[in-house]
Design a protein around this ligand. Structure first.
Ligand code: GTP
Ligand code: MG
Length: 444
């Protein structure tokens, strides 16, 4: 019903009326301006480029100041992002500027994952904003918006072509952030080489389907300048914070034995074009594109992932309440299913353990029986041995008694027949050997 109302009102004809005198709503734009000025602005720049390619120098040159600058080492294990926020003021306009540096980019032997920390950082900022939006008590105007508005991609001035790291990284970033590619340290490359290098870079970006930020041409006031600047991409820039006297003026430049490269001289490099496009003409469009295009895409994917949708399968509007109920039901179903699974798993585990214990008990019992049998066998053998030994002892004793009796009889006979003395004596001494011969055994 609500939808048909909306349709009706949008089809309604509007009548043009003229006012009888000054009402005052023509001051609305001024009200907006003064509100925005009072609120201040924020702008977040991401500088992606190899260590030492000239990121910090260019930032200092762009904003004509000296930001904190920590030189990165070439020995980082991976890439990490270092955001720094500054409060800047020009006239009565306050700008909260965040510069995010990619530390260690391009320094690893394996660069396969180099883009990941950058993508993660951008997503985290979107996620923080989405979480704030989803809160019941939102503070979107007061919260520090850290979403990246522009990614300046620094291309090393090789004069050859883009590196695969450049292409992979830009491809991964192009749906998440506005990219402006720039050729760094453009003073190190000759004019004709630079011209060819620019063409090569653009053709490589097009053939690999990398979408870079296009300066908007739909606003008449900037159509011409933006259209002409789009043709100059990628900008070839030179950065310097050094001031050199040229004529009777001090200008920012880099001085060489053979001459001076002036940063703000348009025939020397594209620095002025970059500053004009980035800060003076398109800063607001970059902020808008970030919100309306890149953040919108992130938000849509995230909400769809969470199960929210605008219409049901019959193309009927789907309310938040219905989505919540459907999600809740789905969640409870999942929970019940998981609970049942866990219970079943527990029962199976108990059964398994019980069977294992029973098996162990049986094994132990068998072992015990076997030991018992071995013990009885041993006992039997020892008993037999003892009996044998006893018998042997008895036999020995019997023979000993017999020998002693024989000896006594011999002695007696000898005393009665002295004439046969020598002969008897011989018999007497041979008795034990005779005994042993008759028994047929030896004793130890
Ligand atoms: P890290 O933060 O350590 O990764 O380095 P960076 O990318 O911030 O580079 P930085 O601005 O510190 O510059 C590194 C060196 O390059 C310095 O010696 C600068 O003077 C020099 N440099 C910076 N910009 C230019 C340029 O446009 N041309 C030339 N020839 N040298 C430059
Ligand atoms: Mg730096």
């Amino acid at each position: 019903m609500a939808a048909t109302d909306i349709d009706k009102s949008s089809n309604e004809e509007k009548r043009n009326l003229s006012l009888g005198g000054h009402v005052g709503f023509d001051s609305l734009p001024d009200q907006l301006v003064s509100k925005s000025v009072a609120q201040g602005f924020c702008f977040n720049i991401l500088c992606v480029g190899e260590t030492g390619v000239g990121k910090s120098t260019l930032m200092n040159t762009l904003f004509n100041t000296t930001f904190e600058n920590e030189e990165a080492s070439h020995y980082q294990n991976g890439v990490y992002l270092r955001p720094k926020t500054y409060d800047l003021q020009e006239s009565n306009v306050h700008l909260k500027l965040t510069i995010v540096d990619t530390v260690g980019f391009g320094d690893q032997i394996n660069k396969e994952q180099s883009y990941k920390p950058i993508v993660d950082y951008i997503d985290t900022q979107f996620e923080n904003y989405l979480q704030e939006e989803l809160k019941i008590k939102r503070a979107l105007f007061n919260c520090h918006d850290t979403r990246i508005h522009i990614c300046l991609y620094f291309i090393a001035p090789t004069g050859h072509s883009l590196k695969s790291l450049d292409l992979v990284t830009m491809k991964k970033l192009d749906s998440k952030v506005n990219i402006i590619p720039i050729i760094a340290k453009a003073d190190t490359i000759s004019k004709s080489e630079l011209h060819k290098f620019k063409i090569k870079i653009m053709s490589e970006l097009v053939s690999n389907g990398v979408q870079i930020y296009q300066f908007p041409t739909d606003d008449e006031a900037v159509t011409e300048i933006n259209a002409s600047m789009n043709a100059h991409l990628p900008f070839a820039v030179v950065g310097s914070t050094e001031e050199v006297k040229v004529g009777n003026k001090l200008v920012r430049a880099r001085q060489y034995p053979w001459g001076v490269v002036q940063v703000e001289n348009e025939s020397h490099c594209d620095f002025v074009k970059l500053r004009e496009m980035l800060i003076r003409v398109n800063m607001e469009d970059l902020r808008e594109q970030t919100h309306a295009r890149h953040y919108e895409l992130y938000r849509r994917c995230k909400l769809e992932e969470m199960g929210f949708k605008d219409t049901d399968p019959d193309s009927q509007p789907f309310s938040l309440q219905e989505t919540y109920e459907a999600k809740r039901k789905e969640f409870m179903g999942d929970l019940q299913h998981k609970e049942e699974e866990m219970r079943q798993m527990f029962v199976n585990k108990v059964k398994e353990t019980e069977a294992e214990l029973k098996e162990k008990e049986r094994e132990l019992h068998d072992k015990f029986e076997q030991l018992k049998r071995m013990h009885q066998e041993e006992k039997r053998k020892v008993e037999e041995k003892r009996r044998d030994l006893e018998e042997e002892m008895n036999a020995f004793n019997r023979r000993k008694v017999a020998a002693e009796t024989l000896q006594a009889q011999s002695l007696q006979a000898a005393s009665q027949q002295p004439l046969k003395k020598d002969k008897d004596k011989k018999n007497f001494f041979s008795l034990p050997s005779a005994c042993s011969l008759t028994s047929g055994r030896h004793f130890n």
